[in-house]
Design a protein around this ligand. Structure first.
Ligand code: ADP
Length: 495
């Protein structure tokens, strides 16, 4: 059962009050009475009424004031003004101020009933309108929230997002797209996509998506090269449809793959360089073995032996090359897994010098080591340090002259321990210095032609120093010698 409508009758005439109560109670309404404006107002404060019948001419709070006070509490309460003939103008004034209708005295119970019924219907309508209004506001709020959430999500994406309509006009973009395509901040969306993105391929792809008759077309992916800014982008385009499947436009997601492409290129260059470097020793080995097998040496065993010896030499250098390549890939792969420990690099160097001494003796080289006893330790991977200094010291021996010298010194400054491998060898011309750390780079001249090498020793050395946050420097002068300096950071001891 629905709750009966709540009605309040405010009138200082008891006859009217009681009459109204009787007539309305009979119709099933809940009726309260108030003998003046103040009591009436208090009741409105305490209880929610649907309709108020009020006399305009009351002592204390008059009807006109009461209308305002009541509507301040609930603007949807229906107010019906009861008034005598003499105050018809006031009744009009009351209607203007928000009273729903007026009932001239005297009135018949039927008139009252009709008016109250109409008033209550009006109240229902008003409440319904209010509810709808509230619902709409709520939905709008939700929608706005949804929209701003979506915008935030799209805005935070690292990929560029471009949304275009059927006319291929740009209707939405995100910050990543603006940055990627260097669209100027003042450029607003709204113009055709071709205005913003000067890449015919992207516009063609968009045209394909928008003109496709295939309702099942989900997405097309395409690599796009831009000239200004110079970028390689992976564009993924998908049609945007409404619930009924009608095409509304297209969304394009752009991923910057410029760096990836660059790495791919370097990788494939490296692979072809490796293949090239492996080919010449292999071809030479095959060549020497061929001549031996062809029987060209006849019974001359010494000749055969000499040719096999050459094949062996090349096989040896091939092995060195493969070992260096493995070394490089190990460094690359193990960058994150270095076994760092406190290391006294000077001790490692001393051991290496003992080990490499026989090689130096063949050239009658003199070795000098000038390293203070108490050098700071550095955080380093022992095996890496061994490889690094083996490469530098071997070079100092290999590219030295007979009876030359190799000096190894150490220095300490505020942040770095420096190890300097100096030789009095053939040195290098300044134009070669910028390239000596490149993969496979070797200086080819008559002084180096007899010296075997892979061109990877310094590449490895540089990678090791970099992975230890240090730096590698070289000073060299032709015919005077070279100095390679390794600087490794150390932690000062706090006493
Ligand atoms: P390689 O296996 O050829 O020695 P590296 O990467 O160690 O390869 O060195 C690259 C090139 O740099 C060498 O081929 C050589 O020409 C030059 N080089 C390296 N160290 C020295 C040095 N101490 N003195 C003169 N030239 C050197």
């Amino acid at each position: 059962m629905t709750k009966p409508a709540e009605i309040l009758v405010v009138d200082d005439e008891m006859g009217i009050r009681e009459g109204c109560k009787r007539a309305l109670s009979r119709l099933g309404y809940a009726v309260d009475l108030a003998e003046d404006g103040a009591v009436g107002f208090r009741k409105v404060q305490e209880k929610q009424y649907d309709l108020i019948l009020m006399d305009l001419m009351m002592p204390g709070i008059g009807g006109l004031d009461l209308i305002k006070k009541v509507h301040d509490i609930d603007p949807e309460i229906i107010i019906v003004v009861i008034t005598g003939y003499a105050t018809i103008e006031t009744a009009v004034e009351a209607t203007k101020r928000g009273a729903y209708d007026y009932l001239p005295k005297p009135f018949a119970p039927e008139t009252l009933a009709v008016l109250v019924k109409r008033g209550l219907e009006k109240r229902e309508l008003r409440l319904e309108a209010q509810r709808l209004h509230h619902e709409r506001d709520q939905r709008l709020l939700e929608l706005a929230g949804e929209k701003s959430r979506l915008r935030t999500i799209i805005g935070c994406m690292a990929d560029g997002v471009l949304v275009t309509n059927l006319e291929r006009q740009l209707v939405l973009w995100n910050a990543a797209a603006v940055k990627m395509l260097r669209l100027s901040g003042t450029d607003e969306p709204g113009r055709p996509l071709s205005h913003y993105v000067k890449a015919p391929s992207i516009n063609e792809a968009l045209q394909n998506v928008l003109s496709s008759k295939d309702a099942g077309l989900a997405m097309i992916s395409q690599e796009i090269r831009l000239e200004d800014p110079e970028l390689v982008l992976m564009a993924q385009m998908a049609p945007v449809r409404d619930e009924a499947g009608t095409l509304l436009g297209a969304v394009t997601v752009l991923r910057d793959i410029t760096k990836l492409k660059e790495i791919e290129k370097i990788k494939s260059q490296f692979v072809s360089m490796v293949a090239h470097e492996l080919r010449s020793p292999l071809a030479a080995i095959e060549g020497w073995l061929d001549v031996v097998l062809s029987g060209a040496a006849g019974d001359d065993e010494r000749k055969k032996e000499a040719w096999l010896e050459r094949a062996k030499e090349r096989a040896h250098s091939l092995l060195a090359l493969v070992n260096d390549l493995l070394e490089i890939s190990k460094i690359e792969a193990g960058k994150v897994a270095l076994k760092m420990e406190s290391v006294q690099v000077a001790d490692i160097i001393r051991k290496l010098v003992d080990f490499l001494k026989p090689e130096a003796d063949r050239k009658a080289l003199s070795f000098t080591i000038q390293m203070p006893e108490a050098l700071p330790t550095v955080q380093a991977d022992v095996q890496d340090m061994e490889k690094l200094f083996t490469n530098l010291i071997s070079n100092a021996i290999k590219y030295n002259v007979d009876k030359g010298s190799v000096t190894i010194e150490a220095t300490v400054d505020a942040q770095y321990v420096g190890f300097h491998v100096r030789d009095t060898g053939i040195g290098m011309a300044p134009e070669h210095l910028p390239r000596i750390f490149d993969d496979f780079f070797r200086i080819e001249d008559k002084r180096t032609s007899k010296i075997s090498g892979t061109g990877l020793g310094l590449t490895i050395a540089k990678k090791i120093v970099d992975s230890h946050f240090g730096h590698l420097e070289v000073k060299s002068r032709p015919d005077q010698g070279s100095t390679f300096s390794v600087y490794l950071p150390y932690q000062k001891r706090t006493k």
